[in-house]
Design a protein around this ligand. Structure first.
Ligand code: TNX
Length: 522
């Protein structure tokens, strides 16, 4: 007879006697100090030392770090049931978040973490550094700390010393909210997941053939009509300006900067369907719910096109505190090359006039990039003539090679979600490249960072996002953060596997890649 059947037969009074002697909860397990993803620059465990979070633990935050303190304490209150007040530093014992005493070498995003038997101290030069230190601390907490309900504890944190800072300043993830629309809550959920792996940019692909997802006051039909469907049909959706600002501020509070993308001149059927006047022939095409690419184009010869772009970019720039505005520019198969180059050159000036730095898919290197324009490499080879030339002329690159970093690719032939045009990408492939030395003739100094794009032709729910992003997103995040000297598949897959139990508690629907041994089969 199995245990459950036996328990069911026992009278309640006997069960009450049994429960207190149940095996100790997993909350008692001390996380290994060396299990952090992305790997820190230096990490030294203090053998046998642990700090215990208790009912009397307080968080002490320097001025400017109160928000970081609150975002550390709030989820912990939920799982521990402890009050965890956030008070001004200094304070004795407890968890201190200090904007002094960090080595200058950690820069604006790095931090130093010290866990002793009596205190936890995170030091940084900027709140963003404290935020990153808090993400490391988060991963050192027992996995039960990620529970949405009160757990029994205890709450040990392993002792040790970390000094840590990023390899690249740009560590991004892209979410395509155009092919399928995702609610503000779904985007916030993704931001929480990104922040845990020190991703600091969220690129939102806000428009495409199948949907326009951001309200623009001067062109209202874009959202109300152009946003009214999605791949495969269905109601679509769009963000009001307040929704978008909510995403931007939720992200900013987590040290994540939003990069909005309006894709052009192709990937524009939703806009062309919304306004007949934007079409060269003055006729609006029907809304589109398929998955072809490259068939649409703004009318590059029409002056109204540039008025339209100026107004859209102006409204979006005004809502966006971050430096970048992404103009897409990919797969413009139905725009003649000369028209494409002239178009991109003119649009760059419009974006610059609104105070933003242009980002574009690497196709924009076929035009004449402004000195500040950033190109996002999405090719499947390690050699690209126009990207190489642009880089040698000063263009900075975000690396998203589709056969490595496209997390909408299937893991293998049995994966039901996703696509396979750039191949199958299991974790080892996603992890196994060096963004600083990937493209022939492109120096590491030309690389601003990495980004994992998630296209959503086949994805409709947060569970779908989870499945494609985990465990590959943390692999790309590690390539963006960790020094390449830490790059080691054997060590990485063990640290990655150790994240599995946490994802399970968090309710992340991750893919149980057979390349990883998941503790307890979690
Ligand atoms: C290519 S990559 C695209 C997207 C698709 C994606 C699907 C790029 C810049 N454009 O339009 O959604 O492939 O994987």
């Amino acid at each position: 007879m199995n245990v459950r059947r036996l328990l069911a037969l026992l009278p309640v009074s006997l069960l009450l006697l049994i429960i207190p002697t149940a095996p100790p909860s997993t909350a008692a397990t001390v996380v290994a100090f060396g299990s952090v993803v992305p790997a820190p620059v230096t990490s030294t465990a203090a053998a046998g030392v642990t700090y215990g979070i208790t009912v009397s633990t307080a968080v002490y935050a320097d001025p400017g770090a109160e928000g970081v303190g609150e975002r550390l304490a709030a989820p912990l209150r939920r799982s521990t049931g402890y009050p965890l007040p956030v008070s001004p530093a200094p304070g004795a014992g407890g968890i201190s978040l200090l904007l002094s005493g960090a080595p200058a070498t950690v820069g604006a995003e790095g931090y130093q973490l010290d866990v002793t038997a009596t205190s936890i101290v995170i030091r940084a030069n900027r709140p963003a550094g404290l935020w990153n230190g808090v993400q490391t601390l988060h991963q050192l907490l027992p996995v039960a700390a990620d529970s949405a309900t009160v757990q029994p504890g205890p709450w040990p944190v392993p002792g040790g010393h970390i000094v840590d800072y990023p390899r690249f300043g740009y560590r991004g993830a892209m979410l395509d909210v155009a092919r399928h629309f995702f609610t503000v809550a779904a985007v916030e959920r993704y931001i929480d997941q990104l922040a845990l792996y020190k991703v600091n940019y969220l690129h939102l692909h806000l428009s495409d053939d199948q949907g326009w997802r951001i309200a623009i006051d001067s062109w209202p039909n874009l959202a109300t009509y152009g946003g009214s469907t999605a791949v495969g049909g269905g109601p679509g959706g769009y963000y009001t300006k307040a929704d978008y600002q909510q995403i931007v501020s939720y992200a900013a509070a987590r040290s994540v900067t939003v990069v909005p993308e309006i894709d052009m001149p192709s990937h524009t059927n939703a806009a062309l369907a919304s306004y007949a006047s934007l079409n060269c022939d003055g006729v609006a095409p029907p809304l589109y719910t398929g998955t072809d690419v490259g068939f649409s184009s703004l009318c590059t010869a029409k002056e109204l096109t540039y008025t339209f772009i100026d107004q859209v970019v102006g409204e979006l720039a005004a809502l966006t505190p971050g430096p970048y505005l992404h103009i897409g520019g990919d797969e413009a198969a139905s725009t003649a090359p000369a028209d494409y180059a002239a178009f991109v050159n003119r649009v760059q000036r419009i974006v610059a006039a609104h105070g933003k730095t242009v980002a574009g898919w690497h196709d924009v290197t076929k035009a004449t990039p402004l000195p500040s324009t950033v190109a996002q490499y999405w090719g499947t080879t390690t050699n690209d003539a126009s990207v190489k030339t642009a880089a040698q002329n000063g263009t900075k690159l975000i690396m998203s090679p589709a056969n490595r970093a496209y997390i909408d690719m299937k893991y293998n032939s049995r994966t039901t979600l996703g696509q396979n045009w750039a191949g199958y990408i299991d974790v080892k492939t996603a992890y196994g490249w060096d963004p600083g030395a990937y493209l022939t003739g492109v120096a590491a100094s030309s690389v601003l960072g990495v980004e994992a794009p998630l296209w959503t032709e086949t994805l409709t729910t947060s569970a779908d996002i989870d499945y494609m992003a985990f465990p590959r997103l943390p692999a790309i995040a590690e390539l963006g953060w960790s020094p390449y000297s830490t790059h080691n598949w054997t060590a990485f897959k063990q640290r990655l596997g150790a994240q599995g139990p946490r994802w399970k508690v968090m309710g992340v629907n991750y893919y149980h890649s057979t390349q990883i041994s998941w503790p307890g089969g979690s």
